[in-house]
Ligand binder design. Structure first.
Ligand code: ZN
Ligand code: ZN
Length: 290
């Protein structure tokens, strides 16, 4: 056995053991949430609402990566993605059966990226990924690798993946919190998925469902803001349910009147997190970025 094979086998074995007892620690799935589908593999539509060529090129690269498990030592992915015309505006209202991808100057909110999913039971029914240009146009964050890292992560949250690490260490996956800024701005580590991300997707999607919650048809109606959406007001995220020790990663949860739940992953800036790691950053003043 080659060294990588041994490592993978050990990882898989460890993961399997842990799944049996403590699922929350075993995996980095987002609560096991997944799109309902009746086939082993499906194609999730990513609505392109991006306003710059730069972001569009990043999305192209990210889609190519997530569609190519073979590049990362995996043999299969249950989640293929396809870029389709955007159906919303910068507010990024949700569109049933799709993930809408957006960028805008959302203001000095303290966050770089935001991913929300609406879930019904265990099934994801819609998702959004938002990138905040208020920060991504500043010297610190306007780097190819940081933009790629954050967008790769926010989009993949809507597949049902959570983080592999939140410490800031690089596991060479975009599902970690390594910062591709400053002295590390030219580093390409942590800007793409890794083998374990595909392993995780294969676990989460290891069954087929009786129902489908993604949209297969090419055309979908334009978004009409609905009460399952989150808005530009962070109060609409609901309650803070967990936050990493360093304050960079938070998860919020809101119960909707229709019985569904809207979950949001927030990727805070280094500065926001450092000022008060244990605070709910929604209630802090965020300085204008340099
Ligand atoms: Zn299912
Ligand atoms: Zn995240």
């Amino acid at each position: 056995m080659s060294a990588p094979t041994i490592r993978r086998t050990a990882l898989a074995a460890a993961a399997t053991l842990l799944v049996a007892s403590t699922p929350a620690f075993a995996t980095h799935s987002w609560g096991g949430y997944h799109w309902g589908r009746t086939t082993k593999q499906f194609t999730l539509q990513l609505g392109n609402n991006l306003t710059t060529v730069d972001w569009r090129n990043h999305l192209l690269a990210i889609v190519s990566d997530w569609n190519s498990p073979d590049l990362f030592g995996a043999t299969f992915t249950p989640v293929l993605t396809a870029i389709v015309g955007g159906k919303t505006t910068s507010s990024c209202s949700m569109v049933a059966g799709t993930t809408q991808v957006c960028n805008a100057r959302y203001g000095t909110t303290g966050w770089l990226g935001l991913a929300s999913i609406n879930i019904s039971g265990a099934h994801i029914t819609r998702g959004t990924a938002k990138m905040n240009d208020t920060y991504f146009t500043t010297t610190t964050y306007n780097t190819v690798n940081e933009k790629r890292h954050v967008m790769c992560q926010e989009v993949a949250h809507t597949f049902g993946l959570a983080h592999q690490s939140e410490t800031g260490a690089s596991l060479n996956t975009c599902m970690d919190y390594f910062s591709n800024t400053g002295a590390n701005a030219t580093k390409t580590i942590s800007t793409r998925p890794n083998y374990h991300d595909f392993e995780e997707l294969n676990m989460v999607y290891g069954h087929v469902d009786g129902t489908t919650t993604y949209t297969a048809a090419a055309a979908t109606a334009a978004a009409t803001p609905s009460e399952v959406d989150i808005t530009d007001d962070p109060q609409s995220w609901g309650q803070l349910v967990r936050q990493s020790a360093n304050g960079r990663s938070s998860e919020y949860e809101r119960n909707n009147r229709d019985g569904s739940v809207t979950l949001t992953h927030v990727y805070w800036t280094v500065e926001t997190a450092a000022r008060c790691p244990g605070c709910d950053h929604r209630y802090e003043h965020h300085d204008k970025p340099d």
